[in-house]
Write a protein that binds this ligand. Structure first.
Ligand code: A2P
Length: 319
């Protein structure tokens, strides 16, 4: 079954598949990434999400080239590719070179979506992979977003957006944006449903994408509150589905774009089988009532001397 698509507000972006494969994982070898992308394309996935920080752009580019040469797809235009700007490049004059480097690494002419990865900068000269509190600096939203708009105007990306932004930080961008963010990619799953943020995004024509739709159980900050949720397990049992399928189906029914992660072909297949059936009202209500907790707090950004002195400030109270 083909994956449904949604339309984005910005530019001449092609419709975005509502389910895709995220490529941000700890220590995946390039072979694992390339093979997972090839498996996914074979199964019918068309949306892939990477980032400069993940160091998986080259492997994704290799997989795309191989998919074309094997005849799995005719051209790169059949895919929807997202990448993200990392913190040391969150400066007005560094955005375009960063995007150009990502494109070179992926051997692509354009991205479908380019996102500001996180709303903070790293000081000049910092090691981009060393997430020490003293390395962070406040981001000049206007300078960075204007440069993102320039990237879209140049045709190097078909749409632009953000990731890990609160309502307040989105409002800051909207106050001056000539091109509003098309999407905000955030942690979102039945254990952290982001009700307030979703309402704000809907009111402002911004689509919401979910990372960690399964709770990122493998990540150091991940939660078992999704895959081991009693509520989800009970629903899964009664419907003859897996807990993962229930969580993904729930996100789909909420109108969320899902950036799912699995490098296992069986689970990639299983996670695709979330269309053509639905949750009952009662099941949706049970999920809506699940206990809520943000798992990815990004505490490492918070410090007495940095731009965010408390978690409250970093997430603008959305905790
Ligand atoms: P694996 O790669 O072994 O499939 P998230 O998308 O929330 O970040 O979660 C990713 C984690 O969820 C990965 O560790 C992945 O492991 C696991 N996962 C993905 N799909 C399933 C599934 N259908 N059932 C159980 N675990 C899954």
């Amino acid at each position: 079954m083909a994956i449904p698509e949604i339309c984005l507000s910005s530019g001449n972006a092609k419709p975005m598949p509502v389910l895709g494969l995220g490529l941000g994982a700890v220590d995946p070898t390039p072979e694992i990434i390339t093979n997972a992308v090839l498996d996914a394309i074979e199964l019918g996935y068309r949306m892939f999400d990477t980032a400069a920080f993940y160091q998986t752009e080259e492997a994704l580019g290799d997989a795309i080239a191989q998919a074309i040469s094997r005849g799995l797809i005719k051209s790169r235009d059949e895919l929807f590719i997202t990448s993200k700007l990392w913190l040391h490049d969150n400066y007005g004059d560094r955005v375009l070179p960063a995007l150009q480097k990502s494109l070179r690494d992926m051997k692509l002419d354009y991205l479908d979506q380019y996102l500001i990865h996180f709303p903070v900068s790293m000081k000049a000269g910092s090691n981009p992979f060393q997430l020490n509190p003293e390395n962070f600096a406040a981001m000049d939203f206007k300078a960075v977003w204007t440069a993102m708009e320039e990237c879209q105007s140049l045709g190097l990306t078909k749409s632009i957006g953000v990731s890990n932004f609160s309502c307040k930080k989105l409002a800051d961008i909207l106050a001056f944006a000539k091109i509003p963010p098309a999407i905000n990619q955030v942690e979102l799953n039945p254990a952290w449903q982001q009700g307030k943020l979703r309402a704000f995004c809907q009111a402002n024509g911004i689509k919401v994408a979910a990372y960690s739709p399964l709770g990122a159980a493998g990540a150091f900050w991940g939660t078992k509150g999704v895959l081991e949720s009693e509520v989800l397990m009970e629903i899964a049992k009664s419907k003859g589905k897996s807990v993962a399928q229930i969580a993904l189906r729930w996100a789909y029914e909420q109108g969320i774009v899902i950036v799912m992660k699995s490098f296992n072909k069986e689970r990639l297949k299983q996670n695709l089988e979330i269309f053509g059936w639905e949750l009952s009202d009662e099941e949706s209500k049970k999920i809506a009532a699940m206990p809520q907790k943000r798992a990815n707090l990004a505490e490492f950004v918070v410090s007495e001397t940095g731009p965010f002195k408390t978690l409250e400030e970093l997430w603008d109270g959305e905790l």
